[in-house]
Design a protein around this ligand. Sequence first.
Ligand SMILES: Nc1ncnc2c1ncn2[C@@H]1O[C@H](COP(=O)(O)OP(=O)(O)O)[C@@H](O)[C@H]1O
Ligand SMILES: [Mg+2]
Length: 238
Amino acid sequence: MPLVDLKNIYVNFGKEKILDNISFNIDYQKIITLIGPNGAGKSTLARAILGLIKISSGTILKKKNLRISYIPQKICFNPNFPITVEQFMHLNINKHNKNIIHMLKQVHSEHLLKQSVHSLSCGELQKILLARVLLTVPHLLVLDEPDHGLDMNGQILLYQLINKIHRILSCSIFMISHNLHIVMAKTHEVICLNRSILCRGTPKMISDHPSFIKIFGNYYKQQYALYCHNHNDKNSLI
Ligand SMILES: Nc1ncnc2c1ncn2[C@@H]1O[C@H](COP(=O)(O)OP(=O)(O)O)[C@@H](O)[C@H]1O
Ligand SMILES: [Mg+2]
């Protein structure tokens, strides 16, 4: 059985159909990237997989004892509640400080240990969140636009870290991203969503698909041509 098996998922908010007959699997160690325009239902789909919202119909079967880590699109810390990176790393996680420092090193952030989480840049916060993922050792990592607010360099570094986590944990990744040109080299499957699944397949197949081109024009196709590379290529971005 796959890690997650979605069959004929519908989600309505009031009278509005947000997800329309969604079916797919998340298999072992696979990286799936979900793309689609704003309001397409991408975050809703991620939250449905996590069990954070009630689906209107359909079934979501998960492997027994499946451990999922989730990094949402937005994280708001209470400004009145002072908390350091070290304290944040310990929240709900029973690990020794030396494990925490080791994981922070994995994401090149050990120097942030005593810093307030309120003072972190977007890129630093994402790295801290990824260090927490390493501590929780999930089978499945769900990332909702992890590159939000990062510049090009920050995005490339972040995706390098995500790939490193994929290697270290051998986990599956279900990721929402607009940056197909950066993530596609390592993505096994792309799902293009606009309330329903418009098309799905390998990045190369997707970038030629008429439904995809209708929504995204030739933007990704050109980017794909730029970034497509041999995985042994020394100039490879990720
Ligand atoms: N809890 C909710 N109640 C009502 N409408 C919602 C709720 N969450 C999301 N929506 C609506 O569902 C649609 C899809 O939202 P979302 O899944 O966040 O899209 P995306 O992540 O693709 O931008 C949007 O029109 C949004 O306003
Ligand atoms: Mg969203």
